[in-house]
Design a protein around this ligand. Structure first.
Ligand code: 13P
Length: 261
């Protein structure tokens, strides 16, 4: 039996607060027709509070795109877990490849952030994934294994069930080049095996594994049909209500059809 899909939109550095409100109003209306998908949107920090007000009484959850690992303090430019909670966030994306690449975040820092998020009951969506050079050198499994070990595998057994993992191959982000469903499934089943070996099969089977990288309405079904793909982390296609709503509908249909057969 497949898990209820989780579809998350990462808006990256797009949308002013007023543009975000317009987008979320349309999405909110579309979400009424959806009952079997967990929907999360992650706007920029500056739009969180206003979007949260629009989302009141809506099944759509709010998430942030980053967070610092200290509860408060002299950390100019950073955002704390309490600030995210205060802005209505239930989720936070951590360790996105753009944070790793442009802001030099490493797995040790990402692990600290994951622990802090969990301490404050914020669900971390922890990203892992290899670059094109790493895949071409056939190091993709080793790279993801090391990222997993250092950022996630150091969590205690009682914390791991609250984590969501996103596999985002860097070469597929914003490039229009999706990993094929088979390539994605291969890595997802590998991550599932890492979870099973580090924790237990029972724990491993419960953790949602999202795929991210050029997810669009027309490739959602073929990805979501794979046994270890439990959802998607969507960038570009989450910036338009129509395409994000279509992805959500595709995920719902695939889930409902899969569980009937
Ligand atoms: P795209 O869907 O634009 O490729 O972005 C993926 C991503 O980075 C989501 O976090």
């Amino acid at each position: 039996m497949k898990k209820r899909p989780l579809i998350a939109g990462n808006w990256k550095m797009y949308k002013t607060a007023s543009e975000a409100v317009t987008l979320v109003q349309t999405l909110k209306a579309a979400a009424h027709a959806v009952s079997n998908v967990t929907i999360v949107i992650c706007p920029p920090f500056t739009a969180l509070s206003e979007v949260s007000r629009v989302l009141k009484d809506s099944p759509i959850h709010l998430g942030a795109q980053n967070m610092y690992c200290a509860p408060e303090g002299a950390f100019t430019g950073e955002i704390s877990p309490m600030m995210l909670k205060d802005s209505g966030c239930r989720y936070v994306i951590l360790g996105h490849s753009e944070r790793r690449q442009y802001f030099k975040e490493d797995d040790i820092l990402i692990h600290e952030k994951v622990k802090t998020a969990l301490k404050y009951s914020i669900i971390p969506i922890v990203c892992v994934g290899e670059t094109l050079a790493e895949r071409e050198a056939k190091k993709h499994f080793d790279v993801v294994k090391a990222q997993f070990a250092d950022s996630i595998g150091r969590l205690e057994k009682e914390d791991i069930p609250k984590v969501v993992i996103a596999y985002e191959p860097v070469w597929a982000i914003g490039t229009g080049k999706t990993a094929t469903p088979d390539q994605a499934e291969q890595m997802h089943s590998y991550i599932r095996r890492l979870l099973n070996e580090r924790y237990s099969q029972e724990v491993g089977s419960r953790i949602p594994l999202l795929y991210g990288g050029s997810v669009k309405p027309d490739n959602t079904k073929s990805l979501m049909e794979k046994p270890n793909i439990d959802g998607a982390l969507v960038g570009g296609a989450s910036l338009k209500a129509e395409s994000f709503a279509q992805i959500i509908q595709e995920a719902q249909q695939t889930y409902e059809t899969g569980n009937k057969s």
